[in-house]
Design a protein around this ligand. Structure first.
Ligand code: SAH
Length: 238
């Protein structure tokens, strides 16, 4: 069944506007009476049927809202040190499909890319990538892309578990760390192409992060976040 996000919800109706209207009316050729699924982007979904289609809005008759079945119980936020051009889109797209709940671009010592303000255009583009991936993978939320933060300004308040993937970590694997301590809100931190400096890993540890290894092979920065997301959810979801 087709699924759309809406944030215009009344007691028994909801409205979809914007690009989706054309998609519903012209591409899918849906008409009054057709059934769809709606999602509020906050983790709730409902069955609905089309009441009316106008050039700029589709109105739906909604049934009981319920918790979206596609959301993982564990919330993963990826703190991704800025990769080279174009890679952030891939990272966001894949991690949304896999179940990540939010993204924080991080400026670190060895980032090749230095983001300069104003950041809004770039963040909006990344947010659109997240929304498209959320639609495609039938997520119940649209994971948010936050403004970039410098590594030494990161704040992990509100997270139960904070894991920094460190290529030089010899002792603690992701699996070990998760089996020792794993909360409902997990922050994962991935370095840029050039990796983390020792000083940066120390800073992250002082901020409460545990450094973990993802195995003996060195992954590209764009592979690391996806791998962690998939492995964490494999470990914690039933
Ligand atoms: N240039 C570095 C590798 C950086 S890989 C080197 O050659 O050593 C980019 C980022 O991916 C790393 O900073 C780390 O966060 C993550 N990463 C890649 N492979 C990893 C591994 N085997 N264990 C832990 N983290 C890894």
């Amino acid at each position: 069944m087709h699924r759309f996000f809406t944030n215009e919800i009344q007691s028994n109706t909801a409205v979809v506007r914007g690009d989706d209207v054309k998609h519903i009316a012209k591409v899918l050729r849906l008409r009054a009476g057709d059934a769809v699924q709606l999602c509020d982007g906050q983790g709730n979904e409902c069955d609905a049927s089309i009441m009316s289609v106008s050039p700029d809005a589709v109105t739906f008759d909604t049934q009981q809202w319920r918790k979206a079945a596609t959301e993982p119980k564990t919330e993963i936020t990826l703190f991704q040190c800025l990769p080279k051009a174009g890679k952030m889109e891939t990272i966001i797209q894949k991690c949304v499909e896999l179940g990540a709940c939010g993204f924080v671009p991080v400026q670190s010592e060895r980032c090749v890319v230095v983001l300069k303000p104003p950041y809004e255009g770039r963040i909006e583009r990344w947010q659109r990538v997240s929304e498209e991936a959320a639609k495609q993978s039938r997520r119940g939320v649209i994971p948010k892309v936050m403004l970039p933060v410098a590594l030494d300004k990161l704040d992990f308040a509100g997270f139960d578990t904070v894991l920094a993937a460190y290529e030089n970590e010899q002792t603690v694997s992701l699996k070990t760390a998760l089996r020792e301590q794993c909360g409902a809100k997990i922050a994962i931190i991935v370095g840029p192409e050039g990796g983390f400096s020792e000083a940066e890993i120390e800073t992250l540890k002082q901020k409460g992060a545990r450094s973990v290894s993802l195995g003996t092979r060195i992954l590209r920065t764009e592979t690391a976040g996806m791998t962690m997301t998939a492995q964490i959810l494999y470990e914690v979801e039933s």
